[in-house]
Design a protein around this ligand. Structure first.
Ligand code: BES
Ligand code: ZN
Ligand code: ZN
Length: 503
């Protein structure tokens, strides 16, 4: 989506749709010109008590004659002072959905009614809401009928292609708008990678996409195939991949934007392109959703895209282990013992607990950089969906300070987390009769024992793990999202990196 700022009074902007954000605790009088331009929709609705500016309230008016906006949408955001970034992201999403319903491809938005409450974070959130809401996955559809009567007409209105933020401009708005657009574009790319079916988005496809992206934005990119993975003794990643004819890949990306020799911030993402469970086969119902098991990897690739485009002043590295988990004659069997890159042996009690295996080798690989901090993200456990549902990701970590940073980045981005405990009492559940540890710790505390497994391979640097099994995809109640992939936690990671780079 194209996004621009314009210093113009909203009632004079030529647009098919002007969206005015309305604060419940400010005089509606301030909107008298737009009210007049919309046939007095606002004052009449306010007088009858139908519109009070509360969060999510909407009111659509039309201009009878003259120039300026053809439609005016008044959108409540609640009290101005408490209109947090997430409220504005949602309002921007509602604006785009209204444009779609009106079948217009551009809109303008004005937040002047919130006056002093619009800061850089607010402008960034508006940009994010607009850009995220306009994402759609259409690349595998045939064109709808050219006469406009195709079956997809109702469900697939024309894309909203551009938006203008109109009104009085504050300082720093250009930068905030650019950053919001960049973060959302990066997350939208992650969503596209997620949305691709597993027969398209194979490990080698993700590696090719990473390479193309790295060339475009100036990152170093290295891709390891089966031979190199053998040389690296990545027995856990190879063990997961054995049942599939698709070759595994390890994607490695580096951005050197900080001082030379400065320890890098490292991102690790699970790139399991399809999780059938392996020999511990999953039930058929809902298995198609397991194409999303590479969501952590997609979010990390998206974050690296933005890191490169921004030229972030920090050293950042990323590792995305990619494989497909299928049953087959060559597949790893329950009870098999595999040797990880770190040298620890793992009894594979359940081949469906494969994410922690491929992450073990990736985390160990990252240790070689002596990182300043490591953050991994993965659709790791069904238990996480039971614990937190679809509203928050689970955060498990080895470091208080890093945990605070991640929680804060979650709040800023709206990709919120909830911290869960770890400890020796949980780690004991992974004790094995025949190997250094086993890959499952029973039903109890499944998200925690999975994180304990990862902790064995994460090294000494501050480390945080995000279990995104419940947040990476699904039917969202957020106005700026749709059913399907969310890109989470791409923007959270970017907020964290942005803060760590000292911005
Ligand atoms: N990819 C799944 C986790 C998952 C489940 C993600 C539901 C999204 C939605 C993971 O590889 C898995 O299968 N985990 C098992 C672990 C168990 C065997 C210990 C699980 O959670 O059932
Ligand atoms: Zn699995
Ligand atoms: Zn999985």
């Amino acid at each position: 989506m194209r996004l621009e700022l314009a210093h113009a009074s909203p009632e004079s902007v030529e647009t098919p749709l002007m969206v005015a954000l309305v604060a419940a605790d400010r005089p509606f009088e301030d909107l008298r010109d737009l009210d007049a331009a919309s046939g007095r929709t606002l004052s009449l609705a306010a007088a009858s008590g139908d519109f009070r500016g509360r969060s999510g309230e909407r009111l659509l008016g039309y201009r009878a004659d003259g120039n300026g906006p053809r439609r005016v949408l008044f959108l409540g955001v609640g009290n101005a002072a408490s209109a947090a970034p997430e409220e504005l992201r949602s309002a921007a999403g509602r604006a785009v959905r209204t444009a779609e319903r009106c079948r217009v491809t551009s809109l303008a938005l004005c937040a002047d009614h919130l006056s002093g409450s619009v800061d850089e974070a607010a402008v960034q959130a508006l940009a994010e809401g607009l850009a995220l809401a306009s994402w759609r996955y259409d690349e595998l559809r045939s064109q709808p009928a050219a006469d406009g009567c195709g079956a997809l007409e109702d469900t697939h209105p024309p894309m909203v292609e551009s938006a203008l933020i109109a009104g009085t401009r504050g300082s720093g708005w250009e930068g905030a708008l650019a950053r919001g657009t960049l973060f959302a574009d990066a997350e939208n790319w992650a969503r596209t990678l997620q949305a691709r079916p597993a027969n398209v988005a194979t490990p080698s496809h993700l590696a090719a996409e990473a390479r193309r992206m790295a060339d475009e934005v100036g990152l170093e990119c290295k891709v390891l195939g089966p031979g190199e993975l053998e040389e690296e003794r990545m027995g856990a990643l190879l063990a997961v991949s054995r049942g599939s004819r698709e070759e595994p890949r390890l994607i490695v990306l580096r951005h050197r934007g900080g001082k030379s020799g400065e320890a890098p911030l490292v991102l690790v993402g699970k790139g399991l392109t399809f999780d059938a469970g392996g020999i511990s086969l999953k039930p058929a119902k809902g298995m198609e959703k397991m194409k999303y098991d590479m969501s952590g990897g997609a979010a990390v690739l998206g974050a690296m895209l933005a890191v490169g485009r921004l030229g972030l002043e920090a050293n950042v590295a990323a590792v995305v282990p990619c494989a497909e988990n299928l049953p087959g004659g060559m597949a790893t069997k329950p009870g098999d013992v595999v040797r990880t890159r770190a040298g620890k042996s793992v009894e594979v009690v359940n081949t469906d607990a494969e994410g922690r295996l491929i992450l073990a080798d990736a985390l160990d690989y990252a240790k070689g950089w002596r990182p300043a901090a490591v953050v991994d993200c993965a659709t790791l456990t069904g238990a996480c969906v039971v614990a937190l549902g679809h509203h928050r990701s689970a955060l498990l970590d080895s470091d208080e300070e890093l945990a605070r940073e991640i929680l804060a980045a979650g709040e800023r981005s709206g990709e919120r987390c909830w911290r869960l405990p770890m400890g020796a009492e949980y780690r004991k559940q992974l004790d094995s009769d025949c190997a250094d540890l086993k890959n499952v710790g029973g039903r109890a505390a499944g998200t925690i024992t999975a994180a304990c497994f990862l902790a064995e391979f994460a090294g000494d640097a501050p480390w945080a793990h995000l279990d995104i099994a419940g947040t990476a995809y699904g039917s969202s109640d957020r106005p700026y999202l749709r059913d399907g992939p969310t890109g989470t936690p791409c923007r959270l990671l970017l907020e964290w990196l942005w803060a760590r780079a000292g911005r």
